[in-house]
Design a binder for this molecule. Structure first.
Ligand SMILES: [Zn+2]
Length: 165
């Protein structure tokens, strides 16, 4: 998992974004999926790492950390919604969320992009009932919902197993 310091170019609001990889960031930015948690602007860029940058009173403090400080993310899932912006005051909460998600996924099977098919098999009794997680498009999730099959978005990004070398 990678955390980037991001800044919205409209209001100069700084915040953190968590991503599965730097490609994830590029992809989400390219598709306009990133937005500012303060003002909702979609004009997001990576913040320049400047420790002595003067801060105005209304800006979020930027906490610098190394990747190694963070708990290992589970290696078996990618959430349906994979964008989390993390203002500093929520970081402790996010830490708990990471742990909760790890626990939640411990007994769940990663099914990659076959989530919709597998969820259907389970729902219609063609497969044993068990927890699964994977990726699904908005359309797939909407179709599942229409059939009465609930899919919950995972709160945090997770690396699929094949992305780990
Ligand atoms: Zn903003």
């Amino acid at each position: 998992m990678i955390i980037f310091d991001l800044i919205c170019t409209d209001g100069e609001h700084r915040f953190e974004g968590w991503f599965g990889s730097s490609n994830d960031y590029a992809d989400q930015q390219h598709r306009g999926l990133l937005d500012c948690p303060v003002c909702g602007s979609a004009n997001i860029a990576k913040a320049v790492m400047a420790p002595n940058l003067g801060r105005k009173g209304n800006q979020q403090p930027v906490v610098s950390r190394t990747v190694d400080d963070r708990p290992e993310p589970p290696t078996v899932a990618k959430p349906v919604i994979n964008k989390v912006a993390v203002p500093a005051e929520y970081q402790e909460m996010i830490g708990k969320l990471v742990k909760a998600q790890e626990k939640m996924l411990a007994n769940s099977e990663w099914v990659g992009d076959k989530f919709a098919d597998r969820a259907r098999d389970i729902h219609y009794g063609d497969a044993d009932e068990k927890p699964i997680h994977g990726t699904a498009s908005k359309e797939e999730v909407a179709d599942l919902a229409e059939e009465g099959i609930a899919a919950l978005p995972l709160p945090l990004p997770v690396l699929p197993p094949e992305s780990k070398n």
